[in-house]
Design a protein around this ligand. Structure first.
Ligand code: SME
Length: 172
């Protein structure tokens, strides 16, 4: 039977081909989440993009008709292309596993979600999780989030290969 390493090794050229010559990040995210989800049978596989926070520009209640720019520039993670059950739409900086990976600019592996303080439970079925930041230059522009229904699903092998996959997304 094919090992996890062999499976990733086989997938990497496919991911590279999907990304080759395509500049649209959302289209690439859509195909990569489908590919990973189908190959590994994860519970939830998808992306959150760094995007302007909800209500950054809104009508001020005190100054009817005027716009409130006080929160201009504030970003949060916003749900992107994914495969699996419905998920929460917005996650704040430093919140949950996704917001932590964004803030700390590193891959976060959670062997048991019940033991991660602040874990955001989009689905009660999820037991372990990995979140990989997607960098564009020096900036985190998105995170790749994968949930498993089993404990201890993700290890150094997933970290290594998923980081390589995430890097392909932003390589033009
Ligand atoms: N569990 C994540 C939230 C996203 S869902 O798993 C799809 C978190 O704690 O950030």
């Amino acid at each position: 039977m094919e090992s996890k390493e062999q499976r990733y090794e086989r997938l990497l050229p496919q991911v590279a081909a999907l990304c080759d010559g395509e500049s649209d990040l959302i289209a690439k995210m859509a195909n990569i989440s489908a590919l990973l989800h189908q190959e590994f049978g994860f519970w939830w596989t998808g992306f959150y993009r760094v995007a302007p926070a909800c209500g950054v520009i809104r009508k001020s209640s005190e100054n009817d008709g005027l716009m409130d720019y006080s929160e201009a520039g504030r970003n949060e993670l916003v749900l992107g292309p994914f495969q699996g059950p419905l998920a929460c739409v917005r996650i704040g900086y430093g919140k949950g596993v996704c917001g932590t990976a964004w803030k700390e600019r590193r891959t976060v592996v959670v062997p048991n979600v019940e033991q991660f303080p602040g874990h955001i439970a989009c689905s009660s079925e999820s037991r372990s999780e990995i979140v990989v930041p997607v960098f564009q230059g020096d900036e985190v522009v998105a995170v790749l989030d994968i949930d498993s229904r089993d404990l201890n699903t993700f290890d150094e092998v997933d970290v290594c290969w998923l980081e390589r996959i995430a890097a392909l997304l932003t390589t033009d």
